[in-house]
Ligand binder design. Structure first.
Ligand SMILES: NC(=O)c1ccc[n+]([C@@H]2O[C@H](COP(=O)([O-])OP(=O)(O)OC[C@H]3O[C@@H](n4cnc5c(N)ncnc54)[C@H](OP(=O)(O)O)[C@@H]3O)[C@@H](O)[C@H]2O)c1
Length: 291
């Protein structure tokens, strides 16, 4: 352990918290942990991590406390009763929640004199401390800058500005894209299953296809940011015609079209609203308009 490195605290030893504590300790930070259910720190304490009986005891032991509990309600449940002892402490809450929950939490902390930074983890536990992991932060910039050397041990760190809700917003926007992608993949696997094509057989093909298609995202983004929906290549009408057939093929395979019905509805509505000749990307206007 390096005496020049600040002490760190991890509140919550779920899958994420355990990896974070392990990484901080391995990097030479004296690390103190707390978890509601005892016994989850045994592997860590064997390495030299300190476990405390109370959350506030752990927070008082370190210079910066990273919180990875299940929900924001859980975080409040843990911190609220001891808030008067947290004045002046640095709390970095990486628990997943909505942007408004992050803002409410930040306001709660500010009223109590707690230095609060919010974050969202774009990683699964085994990625913590390894290339590919990313953690998004928002809140006071000075807190991010001061503690960045610690954050950088865990993942690539990105700061999104003073609004404490922005990290959560970007986190959940990315997760929305991810869930749409994975469920889309499950839909495609269900489509080919009646033809005797197993999910494992189909997997490399769909992964390769999606990887190739991801290359088109910047071009779509450029059209959206320009606001100019003059169709250069593919119009709403072109995609509607194609998607009507894709939708029908799914139904013909006996697959529930529940997942892809909304895509068809978006294209149908955009065309019915008089935008059939516009670029495909213009369906984002239909998504925005319905809030
Ligand atoms: N796992 C992932 O891949 C992943 C990825 C990105 C973000 N996240 C987010 O990171 C956060 C932690 O995830 P995780 O995977 O570490 O979750 P987890 O393994 O389910 O652990 C949940 C943690 O919350 C604690 N907890 C739950 N209810 C509590 C309560 N009422 N009072 C005190 N502690 C309570 C649990 O304590 P006990 O041990 O006592 O139950 C445990 O420490 C979540 O917000 C999750 O959405 C997770």
């Amino acid at each position: 352990m390096n005496e020049h490195k600040p002490g760190t605290t991890v509140i919550g030893l779920g899958a994420m918290g355990r990896e974070i504590a392990r990484t901080l300790h391995a990097a030479g930070h004296a690390t103190t942990v707390w978890n509601r259910t005892p016994g989850r720190a045994e592997e860590l304490t064997a390495l030299g991590v300190t476990e405390t009986a109370t959350a506030v005891g752990a927070i008082e032991a370190g210079s910066v406390a990273i919180v990875t509990l299940l929900t924001y309600d859980t975080v409040r449940e843990v911190l609220e009763p001891v808030a008067d002892r947290l004045r002046g402490k640095v709390i970095v809450n990486l628990t997943s929640g909505t942007p408004d929950q992050a803002r409410e939490m930040a306001a709660w902390a500010e009223e109590r004199g707690i230095d609060y930074l919010d974050g969202g983890m774009m990683a699964v536990p085994q990625m913590i401390g390894r290339p590919g992991a990313s953690i998004l932060y928002s809140g006071p910039e000075a807190l991010f800058t001061t503690w960045r050397p610690v954050f950088d041990l865990l993942a690539e760190s990105t700061y999104f500005g003073a609004d404490p809700g922005t990290a959560s917003l970007v986190d959940f926007a990315l997760l929305s894209a991810m869930y749409s992608m994975f469920t889309g993949v499950f839909h495609s696997m269900a489509m080919v299953a009646p033809a005797g094509i197993s999910a494992a057989e189909f997997a490399p093909r769909v992964a390769g296809w999606l990887t190739a298609m991801a290359g088109a995202i910047p071009a779509h983004a450029a059209v959206i940011d320009s606001g100019d929906y003059t169709a250069v290549t593919q119009s709403v009408a072109f995609n509607k015609s194609a998607f009507d057939l894709i939708h029908r093929a799914g139904r013909d395979q006996g697959v529930d079209t529940l997942l892809i019905d909304p895509i068809k509805a978006l294209l149908d509505r955009r065309a019915a609203d008089g935008h059939a000749a516009d670029a495909f990307e213009s369906i984002i206007e239909g998504i925005k308009a319905r809030g």
